[in-house]
Design a protein around this ligand. Structure first.
Ligand SMILES: Nc1ncnc2c1ncn2[C@@H]1O[C@H](COP(=O)(O)OP(=O)(O)O)[C@@H](O)[C@H]1O
Ligand SMILES: [Mg+2]
Length: 235
């Protein structure tokens, strides 16, 4: 898989330094992130923990290039990087950043396999698993022709995970990936993400407010009111 050679523990894949995000709503300032510095190494598994409103989604959006911070800087693979660089895989760095969101973000008029094919269109040509194999990897080989509305919540999340893999991610960002699921399904989805991380070694950042989820990580970052309240490393 592309980027596997980059899965060296020493290499910082994405770094943000002194990043602040300030929203201005009709003159009211909301500081969503307050001078946050984070480094995610290639292949590392990071849990971003904190209660609702602590800034987890905002930090994921900055890392993934959905949001340009108000101040501070971000580097990807050792180079300064704008949000646009990171959000546009076929420009600039040719990155491979994939998202899994809380609810289904699948294209509703595309079948499961079409969702994967669509996501794979900018992925590098390599000998990694194709859309059919990825769908089988998440246990949905018989459901490729189903529309998202014909799948359960857990199945939709499996498709979303397979779709993320179709982009050959070096960085996978999961924003409360089990937020809409029951406990059993959540456990299975997290086990699946773990197994895929073991196999493909992308850097993984999982945002959650659920204590239960905080079991496996290399680094735990706790956010509180837009600041890093605690950081714990297992390496
Ligand atoms: N577009 C926005 N406009 C104004 N405030 C925002 C916006 N996005 C997020 N916020 C605020 O920033 C803070 C952090 O939000 P968020 O990153 O979504 O937290 P979390 O994901 O941890 O729940 C919250 O106070 C939220 O209300
Ligand atoms: Mg959030």
């Amino acid at each position: 898989m592309a980027g596997r050679d980059l899965a060296s523990p020493a290499l910082a894949l994405v770094t943000c330094e002194d990043v602040s995000v300030v929203h201005d709503r009709s003159g009211v300032r909301v500081v969503a992130l307050d001078r946050v510095s984070v480094r995610v190494r290639a292949g590392e598994r990071v849990v971003l923990w904190g209660r609702s409103g602590s800034g987890k989604s905002t930090l994921l959006h900055v890392l993934g290039g959905l949001l340009e911070p108000t101040s501070g800087s971000v580097s990807f693979a050792g180079r300064p990087s704008t949000a646009r660089d990171r959000a546009t895989p076929h420009r600039g760095f040719g990155l491979g950043i994939a998202y899994v969101f809380q609810g289904s973000s699948l294209l509703p008029t595309f079948t499961a396999i079409e969702n994967l094919r669509f996501a794979a269109r900018y992925a590098p040509d390599d000998d990694g698993p194709g859309p059919d194999e990825l769908l089988a990897l998440v246990g949905l080989e018989t459901k490729g022709n189903h529309l998202p509305s014909e799948l359960s919540g857990g199945e939709q999340q499996r498709v979303a995970i397979a779709r993320a893999l179709a982009q050959r991610p070096r960085l996978m960002l999961c924003d409360e990936p089990t937020g809409h699921l029951d406990t059993d399904t959540s456990t299975r989805i997290l086990a699946l993400i773990d197994a895929l991380h073991e196999r493909f070694r992308f850097a993984l950042v999982v945002a959650t407010h659920d204590h239960e989820l905080v079991t496996r990580f290399d680094r735990l970052i706790e956010l509180g009111d837009g600041r890093i309240a605690l950081e714990e490393s297992k390496r």
